[in-house]
Design a protein around this ligand. Structure first.
Ligand SMILES: [Fe+2]
Ligand SMILES: [Fe+2]
Length: 147
């Protein structure tokens, strides 16, 4: 039985696996592989943002009242979704993929450096319970729309 992880660690594992896919995409030489990696990456990111939007951000906002940080995160998610929409139509466009990587890097840094530390300090946030909710919803979404 793996040791239980809190919600921030669970979300950060998604971030790390997304960065691994960005690296694999950059190292890929043939277009079929790029298409496959782009589709997997876009799908993973959409599921990740959805579980944050549905579960983690609302819980964070309730516990901390930090509306500006949630608003900024929502804005970054919109920016990422916009780029993902364009990449789905042009999965071999390396320039678009680099733009997405930039947006995701900035956004993940905000989560790692601002949101997660604040969440871990917040009193009314049960990060172990949230991790279970996030994991359950992620499984549900992955099953509904397999990559
Ligand atoms: Fe995230
Ligand atoms: Fe996010």
């Amino acid at each position: 039985m793996p040791q239980q992880q809190d919600a921030c660690t669970l979300l950060d594992e998604d971030h790390n696996s997304a960065f691994r896919l960005f690296e694999q995409y950059k190292a890929a030489h043939d277009d079929n592989r790029k298409r496959l990696l782009a589709s997997q990456l876009c799908h993973d990111l959409l599921v990740h943002m959805q579980i944050e939007d549905e579960i983690f951000y609302p819980a964070f906002q309730r516990a901390t009242g930090d509306q500006p940080l949630v608003r900024e995160s929502d804005r970054e998610h919109r920016e990422a979704r916009d780029l993902i929409g364009r990449i789905e139509n042009a999965p071999t466009d390396a320039r678009l993929m680099l733009q997405l990587e930039d947006v995701i890097l900035d956004h993940v840094n905000d989560e790692r450096e601002k949101m997660f530390p604040e969440a871990r300090k917040a009193k009314g946030m049960d990060l172990m319970q949230l991790a279970q909710q996030l994991a359950a919803r992620k499984t549900e979404l992955l099953a509904a729309h397999p990559a």
